[in-house]
Design a protein around this ligand. Structure first.
Ligand code: ACO
Length: 272
């Protein structure tokens, strides 16, 4: 692995700082890997996790085209660190237990800051892949949903636990969930907070592929290699086009195709 720090400028996160938060970040050529690395706590996530994810996104080295998110140990992620609901919270990070005393604007800002850690994974110039083994609960499920693609180990288990804890899923997961499984199934999954195993997750289109647990890393590498075979400009323009398709009419989408293609043709003719 070539780098253990984020970015090369003023905004650098040292590997040791990430380690304290329970994260690793490694860049190998065009592939960046973010590893949730607190297996003894099942990769539970905190405000610091989300802030670090946002900083990684802000400072992603320009050559990176694939971002893999994986979890160390038996679980992808057991979701939010439950200490955040205790009066003491996570040391140095506060607690949700005192949130009732804060005004709406400040609470909204805190949530928006957390969401920034997830939103950049949809950038058109990269493809993000979640490699999911074991439990992906709450924030863990939403982190997998924030990625473009999900490769599942055969022991993967998804659960949207938030409603069962009196909360809503607010880490950008509701939109991709509805888009993938449809509104009725999304309502059923969230409001029962039941666990979906890998086979059902695949049937519900929550994963592109299910592989034996021991083959997860290789399956992700193979997919990354196949994605990298496409020229970057064409891949970025195509992803942008596909991402906008759901919000446009057929006529609008056809116009968007023309616009992207004209730009591609100009680039191709300038090269020849
Ligand atoms: N926050 C903090 N610590 C956690 C969390 C969590 N979300 N999940 C697990 N841990 C800790 C446990 O407390 C335990 O710590 P300890 O060894 O110091 O006692 C350690 O991780 C291992 O946990 P086990 O429960 O022993 O592991 P197991 O593999 O049997 O079970 C499972 C894993 C199913 C993930 C279970 O730990 C669990 O249900 N965790 C809570 C999940 C949850 O409710 N998350 C919040 C969802 S809502 C949201 O994310 C917004």
């Amino acid at each position: 692995m070539a780098e253990a720090t984020v970015g090369g400028s003023a905004e650098t996160i040292e590997a040791s700082e990430l380690a304290e938060i329970g994260l690793r970040f490694e860049v190998d050529g065009e592939i960046a890997t973010i590893t949730l690395d607190r297996p003894e706590k099942r990769n539970a996530q905190t405000f610091a996790t989300w802030a670090a994810l946002a900083r990684i996104g802000d400072n992603l080295p320009g050559q990176v085209r694939i971002v893999v998110i994986e979890g160390e140990g038996p679980s992808f992620s057991a979701g939010i660190d439950l200490r955040m609901f205790t009066p003491d919270g996570v040391p140095g990070q506060g607690s949700f237990a005192s949130n009732g005393q804060r005004d709406d604007e400040s609470l909204g800002q805190t949530i928006a800051k957390a969401q920034r850690g997830f939103l950049w994974l949809r950038r058109p110039d990269i493809v993000s892949i979640a490699a999911v083994q074991g439990h992906a609960i709450g924030a863990g499920f939403q982190l997998a949903l924030a990625c473009d693609l999900r490769i599942l180990a055969d022991d993967a288990k998804f659960c949207m636990k938030e409603p069962a804890l009196g909360l809503v899923p607010d880490l950008t997961g509701t939109k991709p969930l509805v888009e993938l499984v449809g509104l009725p199934r999304a309502i059923e999954l969230c409001l029962t907070a039941r666990t979906v195993d890998a086979k059902e997750a695949y049937d519900l289109r929550l994963g592109e592929l299910v592989v034996p647990r021991g083959e997860l890393r290789q399956a992700v590498r193979d997919l990354a290699g196949a994605l990298l075979a496409t020229e970057r400009g064409a891949a970025t323009a195509t992803k942008r086009l596909l991402q906008g398709a759901g919000q446009r009419s057929l006529e609008e989408q056809s116009a968007a195709e023309r616009q992207e293609q004209i730009a591609r043709l100009k680039i191709m003719s300038a090269r020849s």
